[in-house]
Ligand binder design. Structure first.
Ligand code: NAP
Length: 520
């Protein structure tokens, strides 16, 4: 039933060479032949997106909102097939995939509501002051407009919510930008099913055929060609630091550099404050273990670094966590490559002996099966060894034991940019936490109290990004309605006639605006 083809300009087409897809759980071949786009194929997709741009970006917000809701409906109509295919391709359980589908359709509908509300277009009106001395002021109006065709890289760990019709695609389409997705090779079939849902929505809503394209690919050539194509004007990416950095470098070294929004990963420091450790160390340890192993630890928000003052309470936490983690059976990772990278990183940490092994991840079962691993290290050793700061993608963590509160602060100061930071605390910890806040706020995009970081709410107030290397643009989020700003650019219209202005910037428009400095 699956074709393995690319979707370009409304048609399923071949192009490039081919690759096979395999089940991470069984090693069985799932698709004998999926097309791996070459440069010419990528160019066709980018050209189709550019042809669609003028008409698509000129659609009304009501038309685009209807389109986004139709995509959500079409995805729901394919729900069972999507879960079945994604389960075979990723080994993620059905319940998780069903939940992820709800999140995907929910965020499409949230963006539909958000563009209808209109404040995301940031309309500003400074009215003419013809009598101003010494010089008159002309009428100047600004609003955010679609940036152009956008390239999106689907993430391996969220085959639905961060992939073909995921957050990046939803926000770019909401902004008025045609999208070309480079599908992740680990879930090519899921990508095809979702792309077909979008193709049908394009037809039903009368949108230009090039509004959405999918290029399949398993080689770096296809991704590189998308980032460097002159008609692509921005990129959304979720994946590894290495891959994201390579593509970021390509994006900014083009003759015309473009914004590259990469969400790359994080160790998500969790600070255990003394009173909380004293009152509930074992309970916190069990809760943290659950967060660490959710989705086989394959979350960019996985809590992979714990920081606390050494002593019996921290030992109680560690023992409870390791007991809970030790009871977790080996789980199947997304791909053989990701499982191998996890196991090699754990083996290297065990071999170099810098940190004490509290729990050892043993490879057992299938080729992609792994177990949790926990290391403990004193803060002086952690500070002296940057390799211990690095993310190991999977159910693994480092616990940093500090001699005192000052050492906790030193560890906080040495952190790289993070997506999240967590404070596990009782009310009695307020005094202890306050000195940490200004330091940690500069390190992370989302700070939380007594919540574990896995589970990212899709809402207006969410920030899912952070200082590099958590993301390549500290100002932006890839989750929540604020994400739309990445694919909009400000355009000012000076001394324009009403009929020349975009409708939202005209007098009498119902779109919220800032009129002579006052919010409407
Ligand atoms: P990845 O290796 O970064 O790949 C993501 C996408 O980028 C794939 O489509 C890949 O295409 C493409 N790509 C990567 N490097 C490229 C390059 N140099 N030139 C052109 N295209 C390139 O991520 P992954 O396959 O999802 O997982 C690998 C690692 O990424 C994990 O072990 C983990 O560390 C990290 N990860 C992080 C997150 C997160 O949420 N931040 C999510 C998933 C994974 P090809 O495969 O076709 O080359």
């Amino acid at each position: 039933m699956l074709s393995g083809k690319h979707l370009i300009d409304g048609a399923w087409v071949e192009g490039g060479s081919t690759f096979k897809t395999v089940s991470p759980a069984t090693g069985d071949v799932l698709q004998e032949s999926v097309w791996d786009a070459d440069q010419a194929t990528v160019a066709k997709a980018a050209e189709a997106a550019e042809r669609a741009f003028a008409a698509y970006s000129a659609t009304s917000t009501a038309e685009r909102a209807k389109f986004l809701r139709t995509i959500a409906d079409e995805i729901e109509a394919r729900g069972a097939a999507l879960t079945e295919t994604a389960n075979k391709e990723t080994a993620l359980p059905e319940a998780r995939l069903n939940g992820e589908r709800g999140r995907t359709t929910g965020q499409l509908r949230l963006f539909a509501d958000w563009i209808e509300e209109g404040s995301c277009f940031d309309v500003r009106i400074d009215r003419a002051m013809p009598d101003r001395q010494p010089l008159p002021r002309p009428d100047i109006r600004l609003m955010l407009k679609a940036i152009g065709p956008v390239g999106v890289f689907g993430a391996s760990n969220f085959p639905l919510a961060f992939s073909t019709a995921g957050g990046d695609t939803a926000s770019a389409l909401a902004a008025g930008c045609p999208v070309v997705v480079k599908g992740h090779p680990a879930h090519a079939g899921t990508a095809e099913l979702v792309a077909e849902a979008i193709r049908v929505a394009i037809e039903k809503c009368g949108m230009p055929s090039g509004t959405f394209g999918l290029i399949q690919g398993a080689s770096q050539a296809s991704g590189g060609a998308l980032v460097t194509h002159p008609l692509i004007k921005a990129i959304g990416f979720t994946g590894s630091l290495r891959g994201g950095r390579a593509l970021f470098d390509l994006a900014v070294s083009r003759p015309e550099p473009i914004p590259f929004y990469g969400e790359l990963g994080s160790v998500n420091p969790t600070f255990l404050l003394p009173a909380a450790l004293g009152s509930r160390a074992a309970e916190v340890g069990a809760g943290w273990a659950q967060s660490l192993t959710m989705g086989v630890g394959q979350f960019c928000t996985n809590p992979g670094l714990v920081i606390a003052i050494a002593g019996p309470d921290l030992d109680t936490f560690t023992n409870a966590a390791c007991e809970a983690l030790g009871a977790v059976p080996a789980q199947t990772m997304l791909t053989a490559g990701i499982a191998k990278a996890y196991q090699s990183a754990i083996d290297a940490r065990i071999k170099n002996g810098k940190a004490n092994v509290k729990l050892k991840g043993v490879a057992e079962g299938g080729a992609c099966d792994v177990s949790p691993a926990v290391f403990e290290v004193d803060s002086a050793t952690w500070l002296a060894n940057p390799d211990l700061h690095e993310e190991v993608f999977g159910p693994s963590a480092v616990i940093v034991a500090c001699p005192d509160a000052n050492a906790v602060l030193e560890v906080a100061k040495a952190l790289e940019g993070q997506l999240t930071a967590t404070f596990i605390m009782d009310d009695a910890d307020l005094e202890a936490v306050l000195p940490l806040l200004p330091v940690v706020e500069r390190k992370a995009g989302r700070l939380m109290r007594n919540n574990f970081p896995t589970g990212v709410e899709v809402c207006h107030a969410m920030m899912h990004g952070g200082p590099y290397p958590a993301s390549t643009d500290v100002r932006s989020t890839s989750v929540g309605t604020k994400a739309i700003e990445r694919f909009l650019r400000p355009v000012a219209f000076q001394n324009f006639l009403q009929d020349m202005l975009p409708e939202a910037a005209r007098d009498g428009s119902s779109v919220p605006n800032l009129d002579n400095g006052k919010r409407s």
